[in-house]
Design a protein around this ligand. Structure first.
Ligand code: SF4
Length: 389
């Protein structure tokens, strides 16, 4: 399903808002005194595709040269100092049949991680969390379920969630595991804006991470998502014991796609004791943060019109390290105190950091559902009509 993007509801009650010294966080984000004049988005319909050697050369650049190039490309394609903010909620936690070696939600590691599995979250609880996310300044609401793939009986539930969350004016994203072509079309017809399915790492290192599904199956789901018209969100997790060659190959894999993902999360592993990869990294040492920053910068340069997202791993980073990640061209992040099962940077800390860096939040622009309910005024009957793409 989701890599490390394990979530719980953000704690956005009135007391928390008082901590910020403002009535709502959206008031805070509306301040744009630091924002530079927006530049038009580059059409970038046929960006230069870097070869594997060119990607490797970018990784080898002196860090300041790499950051300068990444930030320059970022400003040619996006509004400077503007970030897209998402909130992530787990709608079905734990006991996943997949065996992803970094994930506490895998049923294969439950004896050692002791993660308590939970049933599907009721629709009204999801909607309540989405409303709080919107009030906090998020433009996109991401819902993750620890499934191998959604079952037939899960589809009406996820379709209902998409429609309800969109009706709040939020963009929607889901990460539910593998999707076949028919399921992708069903989600597209409900109006889903983004589907997340991470490649995690290189094809070569993937075998060390997951055995219950193949790299090709991951790519097949991404193809189904792309063909359905839903925006693709697909990223990686660095710091799982892979080498730089694997990080280079992962970027190269993105460029082999007919179109790069619109959203690219670059996760820094949060090693969880009791998971095979977490235990290995805790014993052997974590990846230096600057290598994660380099990976962000290379992704920005090679995929200039994609949103590059900071996801897992921010919690333990200093302000200066996070500032470098934005300098490297990251322009999206998860907001809230928790990701799927790992901690996240606290909400009040994110507000403070955004203020200090002069970052402002991008507003939501959800896609209209492709299917519209039409009421016949004469007969009173409702019918569904498809909208053109
Ligand atoms: S074990 Fe399941 S929930 Fe965890 S990352 Fe893998 S697919 Fe997602």
């Amino acid at each position: 399903m989701v890599g490390l993007l394990s979530i719980q509801e953000p704690n956005l009650d009135a007391n928390n808002r008082d901590d910020l010294g403002v009535s709502t966080t959206s008031t805070l984000f509306a301040s744009s005194s630091f924002a530079t004049k927006p530049k038009p988005l580059s059409m970038n319909s046929s960006p230069v595709k870097h070869s594997r050697e060119q990607i490797a050369d970018l990784f080898d650049l002196p860090l300041m040269d790499l950051l300068l190039q990444a930030q320059t490309i970022h400003r040619q394609n996006f509004t400077a100092n503007e970030v897209q903010i998402s909130t992530l909620l787990s709608i079905k936690t734990g006991n996943c049949p997949e065996d992803c070696g970094y994930c506490s939600q895998s049923g294969h590691h439950r004896d050692t991680t002791k993660l308590q599995a939970e049933k599907r979250l009721e629709v009204d609880k999801v909607i309540a969390a989405a409303k709080r996310a919107k009030a906090s300044g998020s433009s996109r609401f991401c819902m993750g379920a620890a499934w191998k793939h959604p079952s037939a009986k899960d589809m009406p539930y996820v379709v209902a969630l998409i429609k309800e969350v969109k009706s709040l004016g939020l963009e929607t994203c889901m990460t539910l595991g593998m999707l076949d072509a028919k399921q992708a079309i069903q989600l597209a017809e409900a109006g889903l804006d983004y589907y997340n399915h991470n490649l995690d790492t290189s094809r070569r290192y993937y075998e060390q991470i997951v055995s219950t599904r193949s790299y090709d199956e991951r790519l097949e789901t991404l193809t189904n998502v792309r063909d359905s018209g839903i925006n693709v969100c697909s990223g990686n997790i660095v710091g799982m014991g892979e080498g730089r060659d694997d990080r280079i190959d992962w970027v190269h894999e993105l460029l082999k796609m007919p179109k790069a993902p619109e959203s690219i999360p670059v996760n820094l592993l949060v090693p969880i004791a009791g998971t095979p990869i977490g235990d290995k990294v805790l014993a052997e040492g974590e990846l230096p943060v600057l290598e994660w920053i380099r990976t962000i910068a290379v992704a920005r340069i090679c995929c200039p019109s994609s949103y590059v997202r900071l996801s897992a791993g921010r919690e333990s980073l200093s302000d200066a390290e996070q500032a470098l990640a934005f300098m490297a061209g990251a322009n999206s992040f998860f907001y809230g105190d928790k990701l799927l099962t790992t901690g996240n940077a606290s909400q009040s800390n994110d507000n403070r950091l955004m203020r200090e860096l002069g970052l402002t939040a991008q507003f939501a622009a959800p896609k209209a559902p492709k299917q519209l309910t039409v009421l016949d005024a004469m007969s009173g009957h409702e019918s569904q009509v498809m909208l053109a793409k």
